[in-house]
Structure formats: C-alpha cells, structure tokens
Design a protein around this ligand. Structure first.
Ligand SMILES: Nc1ncnc2c1ncn2[C@@H]1O[C@H](COP(=O)(O)OP(=O)(O)OP(=O)(O)O)[C@@H](O)[C@H]1O
Ligand SMILES: [Mg+2]
Length: 253
C-alpha cells in the first residue's frame, strides 16, 4: 500500500431531485491499495454516496477525482474506462443471461483481452467456472454476489466500489464474500465497501467512515472505529456486542 490517494470525493452535495439534498457535504478518500469501509444507519445516504462517486447522480457541489483526474459528472462508462468499477446494492447481474454472458458484458471495454480476463475471473471464482452456462437468476445469493463482483472486475479496475455485498446472504456466504473481498484487495485492487455487517467490515478495513444524514460523523482506522465507545454504542449495537443477528436460513438453495 502507498499513501497516494487514488480516489478523492470531497464536499459532495446533491440528491435525486433538486430541492432535496441527500448528501450534505460528505467526503471520502481512498489511498492506493486500501480497503475503505462506509457504515451508517439505513437511509444515511451510503448508496447515494456510491452512486455520486460513480457518476450516477448529478452533484450540486463537490468533486470526485480518480488518480488526480477530475471525474465529477463523468458518465459511468467513462468512470469505468478510467479504472473504477461499481457493484450496486440491488439488480447487479442480468438474471436472464448466463454467467458467461454477464461477464462478457462486464468486459466490453476490454474486448481485446476478453479471453484473459474471463480466465482470470474463472480462477478467482472457480464456482463461476463450473456454472458458466447457468442463468444468473438461478444462482444462489452468494454465487450471484460473486458474479456481480466478477462482472465488475472484468475491466481490470484499480478501484472497486461495493454496495453491501453481503446483504441478505446466509452466514457461510457472508464469510465467503468477505474472504473474496480480501483476496481481490491482495491482488492490488483498492476497495471502497459499504456494509451493514459493520464489525466484520471494519475489522477488514484500513480505514472506515460512519455516514449519517449525508455527512461524515466519524472516520479513522478500522480498528479505532471498532474500539471507539461512541461508534460502538451508536452504530455497532453497543460495546462488546457481536455481529447483528444472522438472518434465518434460506429454505431454497
Ligand atoms: N432513487 C431515489 N429517488 C429519490 N430518493 C431516493 C432514491 N434513492 C434513495 N433515496 C432517498 O435517499 C436517502 C438515502 O438513501 P440511500 O439509499 O442512499 O441510503 P443508504 O444509507 O444506502 O440506506 P440502506 O442502508 O437502507 O441501504 C433516503 O431518504 C432515500 O429515501
Ligand atoms: Mg444502501
């Protein structure tokens, strides 16, 4: 890891309609090679922050730079071509298309290297290799999340923006998602991850942010946020509390 900032989002103000600002001056930076985690209550604006960084909503104020280049207001495909990929919280794969077709769509910006990128994804996610011709809609929740990450990695990004990759998954799949995120980071990809599994995410994070009301409430090294009594009390379910309760087991596969 170096200290050079790769992603800098500063003073972001904006939302979905002109009169209502969801983001109210929030800031997020990521250094090259870091894992940066964003936590905060429902409705805090976490997904909106991800969309703003990726050029999916129009900002009223603030700027986003990637490797020093201003990408504020750039269209998502331009942002991807500059080296940042995004996995949305919902609807992150094409359910009616196969695993392979989803990956091909992810790789359109790298047509010339499609075979190499596809092979790289199959070795990073062996289970997707086994299910290459299966429709994405028939994958398990965990497999689908793997596919969404693989699709986003097809363009070989420097920065991967993940919106709640473990949401709604069974406990074992949650663990797999976190392990996978760590492996992607080990391969040199800077990670910006929004997460509801706050303790687990902060444990993995170099740095974390707590977002509330569209503003930064706390920030610091992941380990410091985990042990900060105020953060624990307000956002981690109290000091010493474990993970939030796991969802009931899924009935179907
Ligand atoms: N497409 C939209 N149009 C209008 N308002 C929206 C839209 N999406 C989100 N909002 C509003 O923006 C606010 C922040 O939503 P956002 O989805 O960013 O929160 P979040 O922190 O990601 O929450 P969660 O933890 O539930 O995912 C909420 O008040 C929400 O109702
Ligand atoms: Mg969200």
């Amino acid at each position: 890891m170096t200290d050079a900032p790769i992603l800098v989002a500063e003073g972001l103000v904006g939302g979905y309609v002109p009169e209502v600002d969801i983001l109210r001056g929030c800031t997020l930076t990521a250094a090259d090679g870091e894992v940066v985690v964003v936590i905060g209550p429902n409705g805090a604006g976490k997904s909106t922050l991800a969309k703003a960084v990726f050029g999916l909503i129009t900002l009223r104020e603030g700027s986003v730079t990637l490797r020093g280049e201003d990408i504020t207001g750039a269209a998502p495909h331009r942002v991807t071509s500059k080296g940042m990929s995004y996995v949305p919280q919902v609807a992150n794969v094409f359910a009616s298309l196969t695993v392979q077709e989803n990956l091909e769509i992810g790789g359109v910006l790298r047509r010339g290297e499609m075979r190499e990128r596809m092979d790289a994804m199959m070795s990073l996610f062996p289970r997707l290799g086994e299910r290459r011709r299966q429709r994405a809609g028939t994958l398990s929740g965990g497999e689908r999340q793997m596919l969404a990450m693989a699709r986003a990695l097809m363009p070989d990004p420097s920065v991967l923006l993940l919106d709640e990759p473990s949401a709604g998954l069974a406990p074992r799949a949650v663990g797999e998602v976190f392990d996978t995120v760590a492996r992607i980071n080990d391969a040199g990809v800077t990670i910006v991850m929004i997460e509801q599994n706050a303790r687990r995410a902060l444990a993995l994070a170099d740095r974390g942010y707590v977002l509330e009301g569209g503003q930064n409430r706390f920030e610091g090294p992941g380990a410091s946020l985990l042990t900060d009594p105020q953060v624990a009390e307000l956002y981690l379910g109290g000091a010493g509390a474990g993970e939030r309760p796991e969802p009931p087991p899924r009935v179907s596969s």
